[in-house]
Design a protein around this ligand. Structure first.
Ligand SMILES: [Fe+2]
Ligand SMILES: [Fe+2]
Length: 254
């Protein structure tokens, strides 16, 4: 049991990752848990992977990590993700690819903390509604019977769900206290905020597994620097290519 820093969806945003780690360091965190999508969208996938390795973070795979290393196709990707991932595939360092090949898709930590990226059994599922969280709670009980809290990512927004037996899931305010006997699903938010229009903050969470206490953090970072690098290095889809992808999609569906 320990004080954990929980993060995910870095997406090659090294400015966001450094800012979040500095905030977690200042709070005395030594153990890092990452729910995947280390790479994609931005220009510094290798740097993010190297920093997480250096910090000995426990990391699982996200769909972008699987797509960037050729283990998953582009079928469920939006145009901007597909374009950036094609660029990521061409530029990803060998060391990063080798490291990603060693990572699990799910992880149980200290018998109580489960890490998944999307859904419990589907890396590309968005856990965004109460029925979906309830269904995934049943899958979690089947696959990880000792888990009491499940951290997930992929949907990129900070969320706290409590699951009662029976009754299903309900969403709680982010500052709510946790009860040891209950089951929780938590999205710590996304390190990368480049696709968010409302704010540019690197999000993560602190979880004290002794006190069973959870805290969400949102940290400013140099989003302009991230965007300038991503644009300069070819990670942003040009308008014509976006139009072309849409046209091909319509043609394929006809
Ligand atoms: Fe993501
Ligand atoms: Fe994802």
């Amino acid at each position: 049991m320990a004080l954990y820093g929980v993060l995910g969806d870095c997406h090659g945003n090294i400015e966001g990752l450094r800012a979040a780690l500095a905030a977690l360091d200042a709070r005395g965190v030594r153990e890092l848990l990452c729910v995947g999508d280390v790479v994609g969208y931005n220009a510094d996938s290798d740097a993010c992977a190297a920093l997480l390795r250096e910090r000995r973070a426990r990391v699982i795979l996200g769909n972008h990590d699987l797509i960037a290393t050729g283990r998953l196709g582009f079928e469920r990707c939006a145009n901007n993700a597909r374009y950036a991932l094609q660029r990521t595939r061409r530029t990803l360092g060998r060391e990063t690819a080798q490291w990603l090949a060693t990572l699990p898709e799910r992880l149980l930590v200290d018998d109580a903390i489960a890490l998944v990226h999307g859904g419990v059994r589907d890396v590309q599922l968005y856990m965004k509604t109460l029925p979906i969280v309830s269904r995934n709670a049943a899958l979690l009980r089947a696959d990880f019977p000792t888990a009491r809290i499940c951290f997930f990512g992929h949907s990129h927004f900070q969320k706290l769900y409590e699951v009662a037996e029976p009754g299903g899931a309900r969403e709680l305010p982010l500052g709510s206290a946790l009860v040891r006997e209950r089951l929780y699903f938590v999205n710590a938010g996304s390190i990368d905020a480049q696709r968010k229009s409302a704010y540019k903050l690197a999000e993560c969470a602190l979880f004290d597994s002794d006190a069973w206490r959870l805290e969400f953090l949102s940290v400013p970072y140099d989003a302009r620097a991230t965007e300038a690098k991503a644009a300069a290095r070819g990670f942003r889809i040009p308008a014509f290519t976006n139009w072309l992808y849409n046209w091909r999609r319509r043609l394929a569906a006809a």
